[in-house]
Design a protein around this ligand. Structure first.
Ligand code: GUN
Length: 284
């Protein structure tokens, strides 16, 4: 059995579904449009933005990018978001994170109209996720991870899921998604002592620490599922947080980096966008 999850195959299936949805929308004269705000020097953001653009282009989704230099103020970005909130042709607004340090991230994210919060980062959407409300918009990477687990027909209920990382973008949302699906959830982070003690107990291990080679031999449980969300650039090459070669004998399934979770993050973003388009046009 192939242990490395064929995320490419999953993404092809999802893309095909999206194409059908977009075709259905175009028959109703609705063309989805995503607005992306980029106010950072971050290298991995550039890769993410490029991948988003490529996928949007291939699916016939309109995308507008707003780039800001490091002299931008929080108010400048709020003005842009205000215009985008009022523009009916825009269905989703994405503020690429991280932002320049001097900007007020919370104020910026909260200024997005909830109907256009394609990342689901607003407090209200975080609350909806926590409460398992049907209106929730699941943050893209967490949604992508859940799609991967569904693809391999992972049994989540009653399993011990360990998440390494507690970020707003991935660690917390994926923890709640797993809890919502009846896993017993342990969240580890940079202050956790004896990390291996917890990771060895995981039936499902999600690693989103941003530390290359963090999970090594003897740190995973036999027969476990390992989802590696890390993106670490070393000497121009991309590595995950898990040493795949050291753990592959022990796992049942594992995602690779690159070609794993990252592929699903952008697909999930477009799925969220289509959901927002349908909601704003009262389409089931
Ligand atoms: N930076 C890294 N991942 C993400 C994401 O999913 N959304 C946004 N807005 N920024 C990110």
């Amino acid at each position: 059995m192939e242990k490395i999850i064929d995320v490419k195959k999953l993404s092809e299936i999802k893309k095909e579904n999206l194409k059908q949805e977009i075709k259905m929308l175009s028959k109703k004269n609705v063309i989805p449009k995503l607005a992306v705000i980029i106010a950072s020097f971050d290298e991995s953001s550039k890769i993410y933005v490029r991948n988003k653009k490529r996928l949007c282009d291939s699916l016939g989704i309109l995308q507008e990018e707003y780039y800001f230099s490091n002299t931008v103020t929080t108010d400048d970005i709020l003005d842009t978001i205000d215009k985008l909130n009022k523009d009916d042709s825009v269905h989703g607004i994405l503020v690429q994170l991280p932002l320049y340090k001097h900007l007020d991230k919370h104020k910026i994210l909260e200024s997005i109209d909830v109907r256009k919060d394609v990342d689901g980062f607003k407090e209200i959407n975080t609350g909806r996720l926590l409460l398992k409300s049907k209106d929730m918009i699941i943050p893209c990477t967490a949604k992508g991870i859940m799609s991967i687990l569904e693809f391999i027909k992972a049994d989540i209920s009653g399993k011990h899921a360990v998440i390494v990382g507690r970020s707003q973008i991935v660690g917390k949302p994926v923890s709640y998604m797993l809890l919502n699906n009846d896993a017993t959830v342990t969240i580890c982070h940079s202050k956790t002592k004896n990390l291996g003690h917890y990771t060895k107990e995981a039936d499902i291990l999600v690693v989103v620490a941003g530390v290359c080679n963090l999970i090594k031999k003897d740190m995973v449980k036999k027969g476990s599922i390992v989802i590696d969300v890390g993106i670490n650039k070393v000497d121009g090459k991309i590595y995950g947080d898990v040493n795949l070669h050291e753990v592959i004998d022990d796992v049942e399934y594992i995602t690779k980096v690159p070609g794993g979770v990252g592929v699903m993050t952008v697909i999930s973003l477009i799925e969220n966008l289509i959901e927002l388009v349908k909601r704003s046009n009262n389409i089931e």
